[in-house]
Design a protein around this ligand. Sequence first.
Ligand code: NDP
Length: 241
Amino acid sequence: MSKDLEGKTALVTGGGKGIGKAISGALAAMGARVIVNYRGDAGAAESTASEIGGEALQCDVSDGAAVAAMVKSIGQVDVLVNNAGAVRDNLLLRMKEEDWRHVIETDLTSAFHTTKAVLMGMMRARWGRVVNISSVVGITGNAGQANYAAAKAGLIAFTKSMAKEVGSRSITVNAVAPGYVRTELTSSSMTEEMMQAVVEATPLKREGTVDDIAAAVAFLCSQRAGFITGHTLVVDGGLSI
Ligand code: NDP
């Protein structure tokens, strides 16, 4: 990808590890100044930031006031990637309200807070890129993940609504829906057998990688994707077809 983002600032929520780390690296390679947001793991975020020449910034993105303060400290944000996410899996009958709320607030409400905080600057600049990291389970649903699937489906509708609201200012808003990728998030919720079953059911017969997801995000942030908005790009090796 060429240096499309030279002179631009990108904020990647949860950008210190896993998929977010790969996204941070890809946007830095496109010339952006990258802000690597994290919630708790300062070590991971600081090492990612130093690898890519970015800056690590702590903020719980489910906290609206904290997000507003973070964005104020950054200044203009041209590219926003809502990547922070968490799972608290359980069958609905066993799911605690606290686990429902935690996942909705971390995976969905966070995008409301961050997008609202950066939007005015993008509108004034008459240019912006927002990419929301959804999931294939936001399209297909998944037993044991009613909270997570609802949040990820919500992100898809949020993406389309925002695309309609801000398109006239040359701001594009898209979603990327990954299949299963080996990260801390999946290793906390999936066994090795479950991962093998996913590979078996995937037409491309391999696991997805963090770089597969970052490549899709980088494309949607590039100048070449300037006429794509409100779209959900599924990156799952064909698993959901
Ligand atoms: P990881 O668990 O590796 O990383 C999650 C990141 O989110 C961490 O950097 C974490 O920061 C951050 N985070 C969590 N809660 C908050 C918060 N409240 N405020 C700020 N940051 C927060 O997960 P993945 O890399 O796997 O997932 C990245 C995204 O991709 C998520 O949205 C996930 O739902 C989505 N996804 C992942 C798939 C997969 O198979 N891995 C499949 C489909 C979608 P810290 O560690 O500092 O707390």
